[in-house]
Structure formats: structure tokens, C-alpha cells
Design a protein around this ligand. Structure first.
Ligand SMILES: C=CC1=C(C)c2cc3[nH]c(cc4nc(cc5[nH]c(cc1n2)c(C)c5CCC(=O)O)C(CCC(=O)O)=C4C)c(C)c3C=C
Ligand SMILES: [Fe+2]
Ligand SMILES: [Fe+2]
Length: 344
């Protein structure tokens, strides 16, 4: 058996041009695991409303964060792939759930290299229907249709692995060293509350209240909200943060449905109003910096904080191609391939 690895991230538009942004948003938001309403309603909402209003504003936001080499999310994912490939003997390919770097092309690239057993690695620490699930479901559909002899094994959410928490905590500690920080905000991408209920395998656990996510349950294997709160809890424990010096919030809501609370923008506002002068934000739902971290948090979030009288505002970069993170992913891959690796 020849083994290979397929890393999968979300994707990004081809360019920050409104035409390309519209095309990308069309594919992304028509995914039934992202906007999870019946097809007729999704068509109405996405094609009838969102794609006629959002692409211009989104394109302007993408323009602010776009790099010479391309979309930060894609460039950073490629750097991660290249660094892992330097440590791992087996071929490591990269694909995006949306856009031109498709999962089909990624699998084809591995098959062309003689691979018949793939480790599918969604680059998300927490499980969500809109991320991990849509990747694994699509990969399986593609396998059945085009590569029926290929074996695919998926890496589950790694939010509570002690070595991941250690790498994340070290990155936060290193970034904050020598900086003023009175409050650390853990901001996770939000999801509609309905997604949490839909992913509840017990069908009765998730109440989305103050207690369900801290009450042990089988449901937590697929509960995005629980997994986000667990990352905060475990990092807080590791860094020895005091009660009151940190919070958890959810960003990037879209539409009128209730999304997970509290919202990040309102939380930043509250912290400023309460007299916090120096704050930091970490965004552990994202492995790679992207529009949501570089624009929504580092630019818009900072502006809100300053308007509320805040002073120092710092954003902890995502793990991106951090050496400790590369070593960790390479180690997990080598545990699967059973080929020892040499850590650079
Ligand atoms: C980290 C995990 C993510 C979850 C969960 C998620 C859910 C989700 N997102 C939208 C709508 C949008 N998201 C957008 C950008 C975006 N989302 C994620 C990650 C998650 N999304 C990333 C990494 C990015 C950035 C991509 C980049 O190119 O840099 C956007 C596009 C930007 C905008 O117009 O604001 C939308 C729209 C929904 C509806 C959703 C539902 C569960
Ligand atoms: Fe999103
Ligand atoms: Fe819960």
C-alpha cells in the first residue's frame, strides 16, 4: 500500500475582484451544510439576495488583506503543506473545499503518485457541519464516483489533543510576551444555533445554554460549541489565566437566524466600555489567517476597541506554518503512516 496525505482547507476567491468573489460565495453558500435550508429557500436567499448584495462589500474587504502572492488563506496553507512535506516521506497534497483547488484534483494528484490509501486531513480543530463534515462527505462522494479502489481515512477534530493545546498555548504566550494584555478574547467563527442541534447525535443534549456544553455527553464528539469552549478551557488551564481575564465569543454571523452567542463585536464593545485598556484576541477556529482574522478581527475589531476608549489591541496570528505546529501535524501523520520522521 502506498500512503498519501490530503490537507483540506476552506478556500478563497481567485482574486479580490467582485466577479471572482461572487463566484466563490455562490459555491460556498450553496453548500447545503453551510446554508442548511431547503434548496428552493437556499436559491432564493443566496442567488436572489446575498449574491446581489454581498460580493461588492466582501471584495472591498478582500482587497484590504490580499497579498502579492494571492489569498492569505491559500498562501499560508501552501506554506504549511510544503513544510510538512519536508518532514514526511509520503506525498502531501493540498485541496480546498471551494474554488479551483478541488478535492478531486488533490486526490488525483495523489493517485498519480501511486497512492492507494489517503489520510484526509480537514484543517479545522473543531468539528462543524459547515467544515469537517462537508469535506468528508464530498471526499467520499468523489471517491465512490472516480476512485472506487482508493481507501480514505479522515482525521477527526483535534480540539482537545494535549499536544495541540500545548502548541496553541505556546503560540499565545510567545506572541503576548512583553505586550500589555489585560484581557484575552478567544473568538471562534460562529455558526447558526440550528447547526448545533442538527449535529447532536443524541437529539436531546444540546440546549445551547450555560450547562449543556460542560455536562459530559456523547453529543460533544460533534458539538462545535462544546469544542470551542473546551479549547478556551484547556488553554486557560495551561496558561494559568485568572477568571475574568479572558472571554469566549463568536464572530462572522450572516443572516437573521440566531447564531452562537456572545458575538465578538459586541464583546469587544463591552470590554472597551468596562474600561479594559489593553486586549488581545486569539482565533483558534482558524488554522490559517484569512479574511475573518486579518480584516474582521485585526482591522474592524481594533477599530471598535479604539472607539470604546481601548488602547493596545493585538491579534495573535493563527498557527499558520508555525514550526511547532508543523512538527505536530507531521508527528500525527507519521503515527498514521508508521514511517518515522525527522523533525527539522
Ligand atoms: C472556521 C470555521 C468556519 C465555519 C464554522 C464557518 C461557517 C460559516 N461561514 C459562513 C459564511 C461566510 N464565511 C466566510 C469566510 C470564511 N469562513 C471561514 C471559516 C468558517 N466558516 C473562513 C476561513 C473564511 C475566510 C475565507 C477567506 O477567503 O479568507 C464568508 C466570506 C466572506 C464574507 O463575505 O464575509 C462568508 C459569507 C456561513 C454562512 C457559515 C455557516 C455555518
Ligand atoms: Fe465562514
Ligand atoms: Fe452543548
Amino acid at each position: 500500500m502506498q500512503k498519501g496525505i490530503l490537507l483540506v482547507n476552506l478556500g478563497s476567491p481567485e482574486s479580490p475582484d467582485p466577479k471572482d468573489v461572487k463566484k466563490y460565495l455562490g459555491e460556498f453558500l450553496m453548500d447545503e451544510r453551510v446554508i442548511d435550508v431547503p434548496l428552493w429557500a437556499r436559491n432564493l436567499l443566496v442567488k436572489g439576495i446575498i449574491l446581489n448584495t454581498r460580493p461588492k462589500a466582501s471584495a472591498a474587504a478582500y482587497k484590504k488583506i490580499w497579498w502579492k502572492e494571492g489569498s492569505p488563506l491559500i498562501v499560508l496553507s501552501e506554506r504549511l503543506q510544503n513544510k510538512i512535506q519536508k518532514q514526511v516521506e509520503e506525498p502531501v497534497a493540498l485541496a480546498m473545499r471551494y474554488g479551483s483547488m478541488t478535492i478531486k484534483k488533490g486526490l488525483q494528484e495523489l493517485v498519480d503518485k501511486g497512492v492507494d490509501e489517503v489520510l484526509l486531513f480537514p484543517l479545522y480543530p473543531q468539528f462543524a457541519m459547515a467544515t469537517t463534515e462537508t469535506i468528508t462527505v464530498l471526499a467520499e462522494e468523489i471517491r465512490q464516483q472516480y476512485f472506487p479502489n482508493l481507501k480514505i481515512e479522515s482525521v477527526p477534530a483535534f480540539y482537545n489533543k494535549p499536544d495541540y493545546i500545548e502548541v496553541l498555548s505556546n503560540a499565545i504566550k510567545n506572541h503576548l510576551e512583553g505586550k500589555n494584555c489585560d484581557h484575552l478574547l478567544f473568538s471562534y467563527h460562529g455558526v447558526p444555533e440550528r447547526h448545533i442541534r442538527k449535529s447532536d447525535i443524541t437529539k436531546s443534549h444540546c440546549k445551547i445554554d450555560g450547562s449543556c456544553c460542560v455536562t459530559p455527553s456523547k453529543a460533544h464528539e460533534f458539538c462545535y460549541r462544546h469544542q470551542c469552549y473546551e479549547v478556551t478551557r484547556l488553554v486557560v488551564e495551561k496558561l494559568g489565566l485568572k477568571e475574568g481575564s479572558y472571554s469566549t465569543s463568536f464572530q462572522s454571523r450572516l443572516g437573521f437566524d440566531p447564531w452562537l452567542l456572545p458575538y465578538t463585536d459586541r464583546t469587544i464593545e463591552r470590554l472597551g466600555k468596562e474600561g479594559i485598556k489593553n486586549m488581545a484576541i486569539v482565533t483558534p477556529a482558524f488554522v490559517s489567517d484569512c479574511l475573518e482574522t486579518l480584516e474582521e478581527i485585526a482591522m474592524e475589531g481594533q477599530e471598535i476597541f479604539h472607539e470604546m476608549g481601548g488602547k493596545d489591541f493585538t491579534t495573535v496570528p493563527c498557527l499558520n506554518d508555525d514550526d511547532e505546529f508543523v512538527n505536530l501535524l507531521s508527528k500525527w501523520i507519521s503515527e498514521w503512516t508508521k514511517t518515522p520522521i525527522e523533525i527539522n
